[in-house]
Ligand binder design. Sequence first.
Ligand SMILES: [Zn+2]
Ligand SMILES: [Zn+2]
Length: 307
Amino acid sequence: MFEILFLGTSASAPSANRGLSAAIVSHDEYRFLVDCGEGTQRQILRSGAGFKRLTRILLTHGHLDHILGLGGLLSTFLRWEAIDELEIFGGRSALDRVHDLLYGVVLRGKHPPMPLTMHEIKPGVLFEADDFTVTAFSVTHRGPDCLGYIFETKARRPFLADKADKLGVPFGPERRDLVTGKSVTLADGRTIQPDDILGPWQSGTKLVVVGDTGRTDNLIEHCQGADALVIESTYIEEEAEMARQFSHLTAKKAAELAKATGVKKLILTHLSRRYRERDVLAEAQAVFPNSAVARDFDSFQIKRNQE
Ligand SMILES: [Zn+2]
Ligand SMILES: [Zn+2]
């Protein structure tokens, strides 16, 4: 299971009710901050999420509404808050701009107050833990190397306890070995294979997070079958031409992508200040009923095959 907590859901400039792009994706003890628009640190405090273990930051691209909050965040780490380390992942051009902000404006010759690493990433797996991976993929927006992210738990085979009981596999290390794919020999000399007590493969939970994008045709393979797709919806169809011009999506376009890829749930974010939320939602739901529009501090639990 993944959880996504939205900290900022406004496009380009904040509104009275919406901050700039940022969200925390969590899985067990792992937490990833996806984008860090201006004001993100205050949203982190207001949400109650806190800074602890928020050591990994993934950037979708280098536009200011997605990165300016890093300056304030680092400034706070210089004096008021402590964190063990900070790792920032993104495309080359986003990292160049962030480097200027952090080293040119905030630090100006000082050392960062914690180990600070910038990881230039290309499409592919960028993080792997025992039971999940984070994968980056290319997204088309204004400027080079924009990225989207897939959070996915690994496929697994469920342990069939009743079968193990019938075969007389004792509780303890034998069962653990079988689950990890090793065959075991019981006290009476019989050998039990993992296949004897494991069910068929079950795919993992998949959460796809796309930042700003002007195209959806090149996202289809990445979104396929996701349990949730989080994507921008800066415009509505009335201003489809403007969306095209600035390389953004309308709610309808986002919903058509969700429909075409069989995702279970669509969550729209990055809303322009000029629309009412209900108009954005209605446009999306007309195409894809299981759509939601995220508000700041909304949190969604993403489970496998959720309805
Ligand atoms: Zn943006
Ligand atoms: Zn942008």
